[in-house]
Design a protein around this ligand. Structure first.
Ligand code: BMA
Length: 315
């Protein structure tokens, strides 16, 4: 029996939404699409907020239990105004993912400007100060997640280039230094007439399990009523993340709560962060309708089983 038959794969937290604009001590229109990491028993959340001019900045919230978050009085990252950053962050910064590696917390985020969207990489060690490292893509790539370990001495990332010719798919690339990336190849494509047929993109930073790396991603389906964003799960080989062990055929989460169905953009659940816990569950964080933050928990073994036992073809 598939795990889904026994109940929802992701158990929503009864106190959702866990963070809204009312919790932010400076004026913002939304709180959503947050990267989350747990370190020394504390949860750090870097979340996106629209300002009232429609452009986004990143805020920081902290929690002792992963459910109840307190927002810092000042924004964590706002677009810089000078140099290369000023040029490419002019229209705002969005959708942060956090990856803990070698004692650093690396943050990848979408930087928007009149030149398109590209990905910036920043680093913090303490969530107090943050430094920009580099722009790591050219235009028209989004959803960059880093793996929290090196493979053969190289950093590894997943991303999603924009292409008119092929449906928007998930790719992998490698880097010796986090700045220069290459050896790119496509790993997973949207499946025709499937819940993720329009486009897919990496979501949360992948996390290690006994069976492989779990990658919670988003998939989009176009309907007569607009697009629907849902979450799914992919399992990558432990030693070679370019090897796909399975792509769960069924979604794990779709917009159902009122604040997922209605908000800034309707019918969206979008993840940028998940935290595996010692009890065998993972807390998955998602933005609801691009306006609020929500959390739910899933059994890690159920997610892996969905990938291994009822996989659709990756390509
Ligand atoms: C995507 C990104 C996300 C957003 C989603 C739904 O293209 O812009 O930031 O959550 O659309 O609007």
């Amino acid at each position: 029996m598939s795990p889904k038959k026994m109940g929802p794969v992701v158990q929503r937290y009864a106190g959702n939404p866990i963070l809204t604009r009312d919790d932010v001590p400076y004026p913002v229109a939304t709180v959503h699409n947050a990267g989350v990491v747990k370190t020394d028993g504390r949860y750090f959340m870097v979340f996106r907020s629209h300002l009232f001019n429609g452009r986004s900045i990143l805020g920081l919230a902290e929690s002792a239990d992963g459910y109840s978050f307190k927002v810092r009085p000042e924004p964590f990252m706002a677009p810089l105004r000078d140099g290369v950053w000023g040029e490419y962050e002019e229209y705002g910064i969005e959708d942060p993912r956090i990856c803990q590696i070698d004692g650093d917390f690396l943050i990848t985020y979408s930087a928007y400007s009149r030149h398109g969207v590209r990905i910036g990489l920043a680093r913090t060690r303490d969530f107090l100060s943050v430094e920009r490292i580099s722009m790591i893509t050219q235009a028209d790539l989004r959803n960059v997640v880093l793996f929290p370990q090196r493979f053969g001495g190289r950093y590894v990332r997943l991303d999603r280039p924009h292409s008119e010719i092929s449906p928007w798919s998930m790719w992998i690339s490698y880097s010796p230094d986090l700045v220069h990336w290459g050896d790119s190849k496509v790993l997973v494509k949207p499946a025709g007439y499937h819940w993720d047929e329009m486009k897919i993109g990496p979501g949360a930073t992948p996390f290690k399990t006994e069976k492989g790396w779990l990658n919670i991603y988003h998939g989009v389906f176009r309907t007569m009523d607009g697009a629907v964003y849902r979450l799914g799960v992919i399992l990558h080989d432990l030693h070679d993340p370019s090897k796909i062990l399975g792509v769960a055929d069924e979604w794990i989460l779709q917009p159902e709560d009122p604040w997922e169905i209605t908000g800034y953009v309707h019918n969206v659940v979008f993840t940028c962060g998940a935290v595996p816990e010692e009890d065998g569950t993972v807390k998955i964080y998602w933005g609801g309708a691009d306006k609020v933050m929500c959390v739910g928990a899933a059994n890690i073994s159920d997610l892996a089983a969905m990938c291994l036992e009822s996989s659709r073809s990756p390509m």
